[in-house]
Design a protein around this ligand. Structure first.
Ligand SMILES: *Cc1c(COP(=O)(O)O)cnc(C)c1O
Length: 240
């Protein structure tokens, strides 16, 4: 049975939340002298029903993030959502890479050369394709977080550039620190931006994307250069 995907029950709330997020994003961009069009709003749809995702899509949201391959796979069987773009934002096990590259347009959570090698091996089966990835950086150093420590990023980037000709590293992703101190959150986003600027110089590649900022901190992230904000509860409400 295919889910009822008209999403009528969700549309009002989701539309209101998306409108709200977009206007907060525009204000944050303008405050920091940026063009709001340079920042993408991602709907993080983990644990959300397909009807809610469909409602968001019908309200004009085209970029979605999931953090588990299996959940993405189950949802893809219910709703194709032609034109939607999916990013993998959770920890990826190497034995799920083949499924992941088939189900996602970008993997934002690359955190080891072994994982990059696995993606490269599968992508290189089709010689014409380049596959976009981001490197996940654990800027805050919190032990609960995935991602490579900042001091290892350049080594990993160098390895990927050398060994993975079918991957394009589009930039860095991070999860802000789990603290209430707004200044600490800002510092962590500034650190990721500085790391990106340094990597640009060192490797001479554009690294256009900084994926940073979630429901609680995306305005700060935009002020500090984010190009992708990953908003879950702020769009869909509490996770089911
Ligand atoms: C869940 C999740 C988000 C969204 O979190 P919210 O606080 O609900 O906006 C963003 N990024 C990652 C990597 C996540 O796992």
């Amino acid at each position: 049975m295919v889910a009822d995907t008209d999403g009528a029950a969700y549309t009002d709330t989701v539309r209101r939340n998306i409108d709200c997020a977009r206007s907060a994003m525009t204000s944050a961009a303008e405050r920091s002298g940026r063009d709001p069009r340079d920042i993408a709003l991602m709907g993080v749809s983990k644990f959300q029903p397909i009807e809610a995702i469909c409602a968001a899509f019908n309200c004009g949201l085209k970029l979605f993030g999931e953090n588990r391959v299996q959940e993405r796979e189950e949802k893809s069987a219910l709703w194709t959502g032609d034109g939607a773009v999916w990013h993998m934002i959770g920890h990826l096990q190497r034995n799920k890479v083949r499924k992941a590259v088939a189900l996602f347009d970008c993997i934002e959570s690359v955190d080891s050369v072994e994982l990059a090698d696995s993606i490269e091996r599968i992508i290189s089966e089709n010689i014409e394709v380049l596959y976009p990835i981001l490197i996940e950086v654990n800027v805050s150093g919190e032990s609960s977080k995935e991602g490579v420590p900042p001091e290892v990023v350049f080594v990993l980037l160098e390895d990927i550039l050398e060994r993975c000709p079918h991957l394009t590293v589009e930039g860095f992703m991070t999860i802000g620190p789990n603290v209430s101190d707004r200044r600490a959150i800002r510092e962590s986003f500034v650190s990721l931006r500085n790391l990106r600027d340094e990597a640009r110089k060192r490797f001479g590649i554009p690294l256009p994307h900084l994926s940073m900022g979630m429901s609680g901190d995306y305005e700060i992230a935009i002020e500090e250069g984010s190009t992708i904000v990953r908003v879950g509860t702020g769009i869909f409400g509490l996770r089911h």
